[in-house]
Design a protein around this ligand. Structure first.
Ligand code: FES
Length: 71
């Protein structure tokens, strides 16, 4: 399955990048070019990496979970 249409990189290309040491979206881009043009495939790359979008992670338990704790 093609993940990055700009660079014609498939999910197996992403997996190969990970096998060569890519650990995040930026390093995948450096290894195989996926995500380095329009960026539209970056969420899909993040999903393949098992990385949760920072905004999703921040609100995973609701906005109250991100509020600073009061001592
Ligand atoms: S679809 Fe991957 S950079 Fe554009």
């Amino acid at each position: 399955m093609v993940v990055c249409h700009c660079r014609a990189v498939s999910d197996s290309g992403i997996r190969h990048a990970v096998e060569r040491g890519a650990a995040d979206v930026e390093s995948v881009a450096r290894h195989c070019g996926a995500g380095s043009v329009c960026g539209g495939c970056r969420p899909a790359i993040a999903l393949l990496l098992g990385v949760v979008c920072p905004l999703d992670a921040a609100y995973a338990d609701g906005p109250a979970a991100t509020a600073p704790s009061v001592p």
